[in-house]
Design a protein around this ligand. Structure first.
Ligand code: GLY
Length: 388
């Protein structure tokens, strides 16, 4: 990672953001400690203030932030707070039933990174446990990792054959487990899943479906319904960002060039859409023009994906991806950032899903928006830890 060669006004902006980050995160860490935040209310995070409590898929992002800040500064307080969250997540490994495919999001930025940094054997055990749970969700007939739990939703819908684009960010846990144990089964599963995602999620123009439904008995394709975006056939921007970053990571971990090309295809689609919206990500790139709804988190994740891609290509493409990432980050920083050290969270403007009658999940600060913003800034400063 690193060596992005940031220059001129971009460098001035980057250095300024980094200084603000150091001040803000030191205060935020003092306030939040080993609580597990999601979105602030009146400028304050609440512990486990998310649906699903301890099992919620975003619970790795605060320890991820803390590890990134620890990596950049060496301050012990960050590491201690991250370790505290990781210990709290033990309960989920014992409880099991609330865990689903998002164990990668939960345990890569907590246990895997702790083990990498400190060689803590408990962290290794937690991460291998989580990797085995993820591998256990593989459907060998359909060759995909199943997304959510409960075979039937409340309305009777059978979801035992559903996979989603987001899972590309969970499978690095499997690549890690294979390297750690010397057992290639985990990688076989990850690669099979990523190939299925290439085939059934990514469309020819680089746009993506969110969900694929398979018949879980026969493995046959059934449908691509709408998901968290506008609807069937649309293009949910956070899903697009998971595709850019996720396929780039599968390339990093396997060297399979088809993953690199798919990541580029999805990246080019995102860049062309962002270039016509002042580099501010809409919630869905194929929603009606009105109402305008943004999702800053999609921008942050896309930026990290582009910076990951920049590390795997020649100089000209590297410059393209790096410049696009910086444009997104600067646009979102100017519109959405809150740098007040006495208020929790930085990046406002995150949207969980398109159709949100309550409005409570629309254009609000969300913990993973901050995580990916911080990862991107630290990547550009050559101070990021690699968590995925
Ligand atoms: N992984 C769930 C989401 O991106 O909303």
């Amino acid at each position: 990672m690193g060596n992005y060669n940031v220059k001129g006004t971009d460098l001035e902006w980057l250095d300024g953001v980094y200084e603000k980050l150091l001040v803000k995160m030191e205060r935020e860490c003092e306030r939040v400690g080993s609580d597990i935040p999601y979105t602030p209310h009146n400028g304050r995070y609440q512990d486990l203030g998310m649906p699903g409590g301890l099992y919620f898929w975003t619970n790795g992002f605060w320890p991820g932030i803390l590890w990134q800040m620890y990596g950049a500064t060496g301050r012990t307080a960050y590491r201690k707070a991250a370790e505290g969250v990781e210990e709290r997540l033990d309960e989920t490994l014992h409880g099991f039933e609330g865990l689903h495919h998002d164990v990668g999001f939960m345990f890569l930025p907590s246990s895997v990174i702790n083990y990498r940094e400190t060689k803590n054997p408990d962290s290794r055990r937690r991460a291998l446990h989580a990797a085995n749970l993820l591998a256990g969700r593989f459907n060998p007939v359909g060759k995909y990792i199943r997304a959510w739990n409960e075979s039937f939703q409340n309305d009777g819908t059978d979801i035992s054959g559903w996979m989603i684009i987001d899972c590309l960010m969970n499978i690095p846990l499997l690549y890690w487990a294979s390297r750690e144990t010397g057992d290639p089964r985990f990688t076989h599963i990850a690669v099979s899943h990523a190939k299925t995602a290439q085939r059934y999620i990514v469309r020819e123009d680089g746009s993506c479906n969110h969900i694929v439904i398979f018949d879980s008995l026969t493995g046959e394709f059934v449908d691509n319904p709408g998901g968290q975006g506008y609807g069937r056939g649309s293009s949910w921007s956070r899903g697009q960002s998971w595709a850019v970053y996720g396929f780039a990571l599968s390339y990093r971990h396997t060297g399979d060039e088809s993953f690199l090309n798919t990541a580029k295809q999805c990246a080019h689609y995102c860049i062309s859409n962002l270039a016509v919206s002042d580099w501010l990500p809409l919630v869905d790139y194929r929603a009606p023009e009105e109402p305008v709804k943004y999702d800053s988190t999609a921008g942050m994740i896309t930026a990290c994906g582009l910076l990951e891609l920049a590390g795997h290509v020649g100089e000209q493409e590297k410059s393209l991806y790096t410049k696009a990432a910086i444009r997104i980050l600067r646009a979102c920083d100017a519109k959405f950032s809150n740098w007040d050290p006495e208020m929790d969270s930085i990046v406002d403007g995150g949207t969980f899903f398109y159709h949100d009658p309550s409005g409570e999940n629309t254009e609000v600060p969300i913990i993973y928006g901050d995580y990916y913003f911080i990862e991107a800034i630290l990547r550009l400063k050559d101070k990021a830890l690699f968590l995925w």
